[in-house]
Design a protein around this ligand. Structure first.
Ligand SMILES: Cc1cc2nc3c(=O)[nH]c(=O)nc-3n(C[C@H](O)[C@H](O)[C@H](O)COP(=O)(O)OP(=O)(O)OC[C@H]3O[C@@H](n4cnc5c(N)ncnc54)[C@H](O)[C@@H]3O)c2cc1C
Length: 477
């Protein structure tokens, strides 16, 4: 019987455990142990019910176009809980000089694909609109080296597009801004489009046409969540794993190679395993692996993380009428606020608030606000309420508030990230039976983390000679 340790019980670790459990149930001679340092599984997936409202402390949904999270939910038997964002009311605003300006129709991420709505939008100056027209004739260009998202977008559309769209959109996903993130790692499709079409606008339209031709299915919603909350993914997975394999309050301190396997030390106990999957943030993986390989530890430590804070405010239902219609707003860095975004949760996901409640979720933090993480909740709430009053005139007293702090939970992919991953993969080849999963590597969202957990488990199974799994290209083992 082969034994595999999984360290970290977030969605990546749970996905790895679930894959091993399926193998075990199908007769493969494998056992696993899932070590989680906190008292609960799920990592940043955490849902709380307050006064009939469903509050998401961490991720509130996932991108539908990345199938791994939805597939995982279906496998877990909670496919019927998948719920689409209410795209009929989708409208997102950007704060420009203190005013809300709607993102024009046809803007795909930050690439304009419809002429008229963009031409008439007050979101962009005449200069940027001219740049958009010229962009259509951008010649194909195969970049020799990686660059920041800001530099790629600025080359195509000018600096205003970086400030008003690229930066706020990316801050919402990574916490970090466009001038910090690698174009190849964060927006690989853009680099491909530039090489093939030159113009991102033409590339995006070609991609859309291709999808329209091939897809027989109706248009997908942008975001997907679960009626039972994001934590339902973790809670359901845990119920399907072998109870004896699950260890909460088990902080792993080190993993060290021994004979042909690994010794995992947690608390005063050490245990021998044939393979190990580390599914923690990369910085923690670095500490765990230090003794086994200081070179690998140094590379993992180089993956930077930012912190973030989500602030949820529940109001009386009449507040709904005071808010602009839509999903919420994003705030460019140049506005000088602490808040980066606000979601009108009751519109984006109506099941999350009863009709007599309005629910807002504000996002602070990232590289702009690291120090706020230590601030008392009252101070954070005051900042959020002052800025809501300033931007949308909302002065109503909330019925309840919740502040959640996530320390160094959002991985950043700066220029050079992909080269770092190659070096990590090379170093891993010298450490057979060790695999990495989680948000530090090839995708920060929930679907990518679930995918990396599954891939790491299958790689370990194959490496131990237990089954001939087809290795997937992106796994870090
Ligand atoms: C506020 C916020 C909002 C987000 N919003 C979205 C969103 O809307 N959509 C989306 O797709 N993604 C979103 N993300 C990103 C996504 O949620 C995360 O990248 C993903 O869930 C990370 O999963 P993970 O399993 O890799 O890591 P984690 O969830 O961080 O889990 C790692 C686990 O390892 C445990 N651990 C750490 N050290 C040890 C140790 N030494 N021993 C044992 N256990 C250990 C931790 O306690 C934790 O449970 C958001 C992230 C945050 C923080």
């Amino acid at each position: 019987m082969k034994r595999i340790a999984i360290i970290g019980g977030g969605c990546a670790g749970l996905s790895a455990a679930f894959t091993l459990e399926k193998q075990r149930k199908s007769g493969v001679e494998v056992e696993y142990t899932l070590f989680e340092s906190s008292s609960r599984f799920g990592g940043v997936l955490a849902t709380e019910q307050v006064q009939g409202c469903q509050i998401e402390a961490g991720p509130d949904s996932f991108l539908t176009e990345k199938p791994w999270a939805s597939d995982f939910c279906r496998e877990l038997g909670i496919g019927d809980q998948l719920v689409a964002s209410n795209d009929a009311d989708r409208k997102t605003y950007i704060v420009v000089k203190g005013r809300l300006i709607v993102i024009p129709d046809g803007l795909m991420f930050m690439v304009p694909t419809k002429i008229l709505p963009t031409v008439f939008s007050p979101l962009f100056s005449v200069g940027t609109k001219l740049r958009m027209a010229q962009e259509w004739f951008h010649p194909p260009r195969k970049a020799e080296a990686d660059e920041t998202v800001a530099s790629l977008v600025e080359r195509h559309y000018g600096p205003e597009m970086v400030d008003r769209l690229a930066d706020p959109l990316l801050s919402g996903v990574y916490g970090g801004g466009a001038s910090e993130l690698s174009a190849r790692a964060a927006l690989p499709r853009f680099a491909e489009m530039e090489a093939k079409y030159g113009s991102l606008g033409r590339g995006m339209l070609a991609a859309r046409r291709k999808m329209a031709h091939s897809a027989k299915t109706p248009r997908q919603p942008l975001f997907t969540a679960l009626t039972g909350g994001m934590q339902a993914i973790a809670d359901t997975a845990v119920l399907q794993l072998k109870a004896l394999a699950l260890r909460v309050n088990s902080l792993v301190q080190s993993v060290q190679p021994q004979n042909d396997g690994w010794v995992v030390s947690a608390g005063y106990a050490s245990d021998y395993f044939d393979a190990v999957i580390i599914a923690t943030p990369a910085q923690i993986a670095a500490d765990l692996i230090e003794i086994a390989s200081s070179a690998l530890a140094a590379e993992l430590r180089g993956v930077q993380y930012t912190s973030s804070i989500t602030v949820n405010l529940g109001y009386e239902g009449k507040v709904r009428q005071m808010l602009p219609p839509g999903f919420g707003f994003l705030i460019p860095r140049s506005e000088g606020t602490r808040m980066m975004a606000t979601t009108f949760v009751h519109t984006k996901f109506p099941h999350r608030a009863p009709p007599d409640r309005a629910l807002l979720r504000c996002f602070i933090g990232g590289s702009r606000n690291e120090s706020l993480l230590e601030a008392p909740a009252d101070e954070i709430l005051k900042i959020v309420r002052d800025e809501l009053a300033q931007i949308i005139g909302l002065r109503a007293q909330p019925l309840f508030t919740r502040v959640y702090r996530w320390r160094r939970a959002m991985a950043q992919y700066p220029v050079g990230h992909l080269e770092r991953l190659q070096r990590i993969e090379t170093l891993l080849q010298q450490l057979p039976g060790l695999a990495l999963a989680g948000n530090g590597y090839r995708g920060i969202g929930v679907p990518d983390c679930i995918r990396t957990g599954d891939e790491a488990a299958r790689k370990c199974i194959a490496a131990l000679g237990l089954a001939a799994e087809t290795p997937q290209k992106t796994a870090l083992t």
